[in-house]
Design a protein around this ligand. Structure first.
Ligand code: SF4
Length: 436
């Protein structure tokens, strides 16, 4: 319930007098005593649905989806399901990187922006079309929709008028608490080599400032503003002041360091931001330049200064390691930067090994290797000042993402085998020795 895309799809599939959208989660607490996935709403069995719509955020969402289909009594592979089985449609951020790994499991994959595919599905359902074959046929030819295992071009055509997307629900028990999520922008004007944010994502599009302010429900106590290019939104400061004037808290997913200005950071402080979140991504200036990050050490230091002046006392810094050509010197430069920052703010650092994803500028880059990454993570953890809080994505988890980002249709059998014990690393090693 912390994914705006998931919540949006659920909302779209609640069509009065036509279709009830039910929520299913991949974790057994939501399943029945026999290990069958059932709906949160009324314990309706998954296999009895007419349509199963799945949002896949990243590679490691795939094995749980496969296990969920099998636990529901359905074949994981679309080719092995019968015409009477539910119609399975898959979308989500992973489709920008690698829709081919998803194709064997779906009747259709919605690649990129989901709006045209979802509009077409709603039209079909509203006009009484049901059944796997009829829905598959009806979706054929829709922009961004891959049918029968043939990848479609990414859809990046949703206009600015589709924005903002505003979460129709607030789920206080979810990770994001009482935030009402609002997507302000889509696409990104930058070209960072490791990132999918700009990939097939058209020109950057912004929600109109007035529409954002009129779309946020009165009952939302706090808003979470999202979008890859959110720092570039021309009305961002105005929206934050409007939120403060209506008694709401607000926050950004992250701020581009070269777009941090005094008015913006002061507005963030006014809406209750107590941690400024910034991504430096490359550990050194040399690597940030190599990956076209477009921000400098000075930008990052200036952010900390602005935060301190605005009485935002904490900063969270995202960094990745394991870039091609990266050396200990690059990591030492990062340590020096964090020491400088920690003199100004209370600092936390989130470290992730680079996963060279398909469809990015680093697609051809090698994975740095499990042993090497463990050494580099250990080096950073032992070198960073003891007052700096550290969180990290493990080398193992990054390697698992790397494996699945490289897989395609031909690996479907291995993905199915993996889904029997995706938490067992020995199974990964046995199934994917060619990636070690
Ligand atoms: S890392 Fe951020 S700024 Fe760079 S391309 Fe991706 S979304 Fe844009």
């Amino acid at each position: 319930m912390s994914s705006l895309g998931y919540i949006w799809a659920w909302q779209q599939l609640n069509i009065p007098d036509v279709c009830a959208g039910l929520r299913y989660f991949a974790q057994p607490p939501w399943w029945d005593g026999q290990g069958m996935p059932t709906s949160v709403e009324d314990r309706y069995p998954l296999a009895a649905c007419d349509v199963i719509a799945c949002s896949i955020s990243y590679e490691l969402d795939l094995p749980p989806l496969v296990r969920m289909l099998q636990s529901a009594g359905l074949a994981a592979l679309a080719a092995e399901r019968s015409p009477e089985d539910p119609f399975v449609i898959i979308g989500g951020p992973l489709t920008r990187a690698n829709q081919r790994v998803l194709l064997p499991f779906a009747d259709v994959v919605v690649a990129g922006d989901g709006e045209p595919g979802m509009r077409r599905l709603r039209e079909l359902l509203s006009s009484g079309v049901v059944g796997r074959c009829s829905l598959t046929e009806g979706m054929t030819g829709t922009m961004g929709v891959s049918v029968s295992g043939t990848p479609a071009a990414l859809c990046a055509c949703s206009p600015a008028s589709d924005l903002p997307i505003v979460s129709p629900v607030i789920a206080p028990a979810s990770t994001l608490g009482d935030l009402c999520l609002v997507e302000l922008a889509r696409g990104c004007p930058n070209q960072c080599a490791f990132c999918l944010g700009h990939r097939g994502n058209g020109p950057v599009r912004f929600a109109s400032t007035q529409t954002v302010m009129s779309s946020i429900p009165d009952y939302a106590p706090a808003i979470g503003l999202t979008g890859a290019a959110i720092s570039y939104h021309p009305g961002l400061v105005e929206i934050l002041h409007w939120a403060a004037s209506t008694g709401r808290r607000a926050g950004l997913s992250s701020l581009r360091a070269d777009h941090a200005s005094k008015p913006l950071v002061e507005a963030l402080a006014r809406v209750g931001t107590n941690t400024l979140t910034v991504a430096c991504d490359g550990p050194s200036q040399r690597i940030r330049d190599d990956i076209r990050k477009g921000i400098t050490t000075d930008h990052i230091l200036a952010c900390a200064e602005l935060a301190r002046e605005a009485r935002i006392h904490a900063m969270k810094l995202y960094v990745m390691i394991g870039f091609p050509g990266e050396s200990l010197e690059d990591l030492r430069e990062f340590v020096a930067l964090t020491n400088e920052l920690a003199r100004r703010v209370s600092l936390s650092v989130s470290i992730s090994p680079l996963v060279p994803k398909r469809s990015t500028g680093l697609e051809a880059a090698p994975f740095a290797g499990l042993t090497e990454l463990k050494h580099r993570l250990q080096f950073l953890k032992s070198s960073l000042d003891s007052g700096i809080r550290i969180s990290q994505v493990s080398a193992r988890e990054s390697w698992q993402q790397y494996v699945l980002t490289r897989c395609d249709e031909s690996d479907a059998g291995r993905v199915v085998a993996l889904s029997e014990a995706p938490e067992d690393f020995a199974v990964w090693r046995t199934l994917f020795p060619d990636f070690l």
